[in-house]
Design a protein around this ligand. Structure first.
Ligand SMILES: Cc1cc2nc3c(=O)[nH]c(=O)nc-3n(C[C@H](O)[C@H](O)[C@H](O)COP(=O)(O)OP(=O)(O)OC[C@H]3O[C@@H](n4cnc5c(N)ncnc54)[C@H](O)[C@@H]3O)c2cc1C
Length: 505
């Protein structure tokens, strides 16, 4: 942090030291690279050729066509569907896909009378509108975007610069104008600079202001903002001006067919990097529900407290996000157990790939008592039943080879006395040879994960040390029950039956 030419302090914002995540650091990526990485992933996903983005198509209209209401011979025709009109210019800016490759821009404001368009009508079961803060879809289906627009404008620039400010870290500069300037190092000698550019006048519109924002104007503003430090533009790759909105769509779903996601659904300050991330979460959470096609939403039963057991502390109640932690495979011998290099992994690594239910089975330190052959038999019986009853129809591949909707994992706490227990216990040894997701058992070192999930070992407080946690496909706790006996599995079965509808092929 620099103030009037002097370094006044350092805040370690890029090293967060947070324990519960593998990603305990900040990371800056150019928008261009983010887009390229995402597009590459899409192309590599899927069973055959993957998903390709077609650039240059503009959505002009969309509507839900109501179905006949059932009773007809052709069920498909009886269901409602989405009809969307899209167009692509046959001449002009949008005809060259290369030009739109990186940002996927649609030239919505460049309609010219002499322009010719190719028009198509697309029929689909669903439409997910990720068309940004000014969402055409949101306007077309008339969903409000309540909230407020903050009165300040900010300039954002990417390019090469000459400056006496050391810029290998994020630098916040307050100079003579008191307009905060932030410098962020990017790759290839590029730097991102954002500067507060003062309040918008009551009559000023950001689209008009954008037309007057030039590189020389930005350079003057930057020089004033960092004075007495120096700043000179060498080259520019991007310059824009924006104001901050804090808004949320009044509803995210239209007639159960059209969904809003990302900035189309909610928009806020870019500080903290939560814009794109919340958008991903929308899409991820929506995708599993649409892929499975049979979730009941009544009374929000996706999260359900146990009907009779006491409600646990807030950190591990149903509805909270699954916490992460370090786990390791069962050591095969004493040497393995004492080895500092024995391969550890994070709990969250078990949940990567397409969305599935993950059943975590926590044993107590007294494994002899809680992890009996009968316990394992109940587990296998129930999981097998569920896998037959509820079928996952997604066609995407991930680290798991099958398309089961359910994966399950045993976790057993370690203590100084448990190494020999691991080696001598036949059940543990057998489970340690299972495939990941098929009931493989892991060691929870010092019971840290047990504590995070409310199964404190050593019988502390009033919780028993063994139990089952059902993580929903969006990695939130949907259900939890103490105990591993048959009744506990019946409780889980009841929970799943209440939120999932049996699939009919
Ligand atoms: C200056 C700034 C800095 C930011 N920094 C960060 C950050 O560091 N981290 C972070 O997570 N977020 C950041 N954000 C927020 C982030 O950019 C957005 O939250 C994110 O891009 C939203 O993604 P989206 O796909 O929902 O919408 P968008 O990225 O807006 O994408 C919408 C797309 O739809 C297209 N489109 C629009 N209308 C139509 C139509 N009718 N037909 C066809 N296509 C259409 C648009 O061309 C566009 O490609 C920042 C935002 C700003 C403005």
């Amino acid at each position: 942090m620099h103030e009037r030419g002097k370094k006044v302090g350092t805040l370690p914002v890029m090293e967060m030291g947070v324990e519960d995540t593998e990603f305990n650091y900040g990371w800056f990526l150019e928008q261009e690279r983010t887009c390229m990485l995402l597009r590459k992933m899409l192309e590599e996903e899927g069973e055959e050729e993957g998903v390709r983005v077609e650039f240059g198509w503009e959505l002009v209209d969309t509507r839900v066509v109501e179905g006949g209401g059932g009773g007809g011979e052709n069920v498909e025709e009886e269901e409602s569907y989405v009809e969307t009109v899209i167009r692509r210019a046959l001449s002009g800016d949008n005809t060259n896909s290369e030009e739109n490759l990186l940002l996927g821009g649609v030239d919505m404001y460049a309609e010219q009378e002499d322009k010719e368009y190719e028009i198509q009508t697309v029929r689909s079961k669903y439409l997910i509108a990720c068309d940004g803060g000014r969402s055409t879809v949101r306007h077309r289906v008339n969903i409000g975007f309540s909230g407020r627009t903050l009165g300040h404008k900010t300039l954002m620039w990417d390019g090469e610069c000459e400056t006496d400010i050391v810029s290998s870290d994020i630098t916040s500069i307050t100079g003579s104008t008191n307009n905060t300037m932030i410098m962020i190092p990017l790759s290839n000698n590029l730097t991102r600079v954002s500067i507060e550019a003062g309040p918008l006048s009551p009559t000023e519109s950001i689209s008009e202001t954008l037309k007057t924002v030039t590189v020389p104007y930005f350079e003057i503003l930057a020089q004033q903002a960092c004075y007495p430090s120096t700043f000179k533009v060498k080259s520019t790759t991007w310059l824009t001006c924006f104001k901050i909105n804090e808004r949320r769509a009044d509803q995210f779903v239209y007639k159960n067919r059209i969904f809003l996601a990302g900035d189309a659904a909610h928009i806020h300050s870019p500080a903290g990097g939560q814009g794109l991330n919340t958008g991903f979460q929308d899409a991820h959470n929506l995708a599993w529900k649409l892929a499975f096609l049979g979730v009941r939403y009544q009374e929000n039963t996706l999260n359900r407290p146990h009907p009779s057991q006491p409600v646990p502390a807030v950190d591990y109640q149903v509805g909270v996000r699954a916490q992460d932690g370090v786990i390791s495979p069962i050591p095969q011998d004493e040497k393995d157990a004492s080895s500092s290099t024995s391969s550890t992994l994070r709990l969250h690594q078990l949940f990567t790939g397409i969305a599935r239910f993950h059943i975590l089975i926590f044993t107590s330190t007294n494994v002899e008592q809680t992890l009996t052959p009968a316990t394992v038999a109940h587990t296998m019986r129930f999981i097998t039943q569920w896998r037959h009853k509820w079928i996952y129809k997604s066609s995407l591949n991930d680290g798991y080879v099958d398309k089961d909707l359910f994966k399950f994992h045993f976790l057993t706490p370690s203590s100084t006395t448990t190494t020999s227990t691991f080696a001598n216990n036949k059940v543990i040894q057998e489970l340690s040879n299972h495939q990941i997701g098929e009931g493989k058992i892991f060691v929870d070192n010092d019971g840290k994960v047990h504590k995070k999930y409310g199964f404190a070992p050593n019988g502390s407080d009033d919780v028993s040390a063994a139990g089952i946690v059902v993580l929903r496909p969006d990695s939130h706790i949907g259900y939890r029950v103490h105990g591993l006996e048959e009744q506990a599995w019946k409780d889980v079965d009841q929970y799943l039956s209440s939120i999932l509808t049996a699939q009919v092929e």
